[in-house]
Design a protein around this ligand. Sequence first.
Ligand SMILES: Nc1ncnc2c1ncn2[C@@H]1O[C@H](COP(=O)(O)OP(=O)(O)OP(=O)(O)O)[C@@H](O)[C@H]1O
Ligand SMILES: [Mg+2]
Length: 333
Amino acid sequence: MSKDKVILGFETSCDETAIAIMRGEELLVNTISSQVDIHEKFGGVVPEVASRAHAEMIRNIFHSSLNSANLQISDIDSVATTDGPGLVGSLVVGYNFAKSIAWSIDKPLYTVDHMVGHLAAPLIENPNMEPPFLTLLVSGGHTQIVLVEKWGDYKLMGTTIDDAAGEAFDKLSRFCGFGFPGGPAIQRIAESGNPSKINLPRPKTKHEYNYSFSGLKTAATNFLKNIDPDDKITRADFAASYQEAIVDSLMINFTKAVKETGVKNISGGGGVMANSRLREKMNILANDNNLEIFLPSPRLSTDNAAMICVAAQNDLITNDLKENDVRLSSIIK
Ligand SMILES: Nc1ncnc2c1ncn2[C@@H]1O[C@H](COP(=O)(O)OP(=O)(O)OP(=O)(O)O)[C@@H](O)[C@H]1O
Ligand SMILES: [Mg+2]
């Protein structure tokens, strides 16, 4: 795909209706309309409600995105959309809208794997990022260490055997009533806390690079159930200690994988990579080992459509990791 062309991207795999427009490497518009207010009262994303909200909003967001970029529909050279994994009802809305636009202007439609989108996200701000590199993908549904030897050649070195890192934040936050989504809520509360105040486990698995977070969540909830008022533990101490346990767990395996592979470049992506403590530790790892580091800024770590645009522009479309099977492009012809 020629890099000076205009590409329109859609991402509706969960609860963000996201549309981006890029002209070559220039990000013209990056609209992310979050449904947080709608799902907050349920303490989590309700799939049926999410797909309805996408359907209600997508047309207006499309027109306002075109207006902000000062473009006409005829200026678009290609269209890209996420085709999985994600909530099927939500994916269908963005996928079909993207397909109709591509059809109506007779331009190609690229269907992009959502996790490849997260993996490609650093390219939005660093178009020169090149493999080989090791990436830590941490989001609401995934926790993966992936070795990218060449573009399109992905080796899954570690994954979670139960909850994803984002889920570990979200579930504990719901239990404690800290807010939704849990990651940003816990980060905010943790700011004034002492991360060493409570001794929480850094769970290990049989496979040295795999993750497990369900035991940590149980240890944290058990701690709360048996809390001794004389210990004077604050909400901030508790949140900071829990956040530190997740971040440490992520970094222990990732650091091991960096050493074993001998890579010189590292990167990251997914909503949890917006976490300031995790970003700090990733940067320390890079500085201590003279590595180049490519992290998308926090706004481009969480779900967005610019990552879908850059993945399509660079022909990074499919995911050979096959951890998730549903792909709309194989169902809707
Ligand atoms: N600052 C933060 N600190 C920790 N976690 C965060 C932060 N910001 C967002 N998250 C977490 O990121 C997750 C959302 O990330 P993302 O939008 O990539 O997930 P998703 O698209 O639902 O899942 P997936 O990408 O696996 O399909 C949530 O679990 C949220 O709590
Ligand atoms: Mg995501």
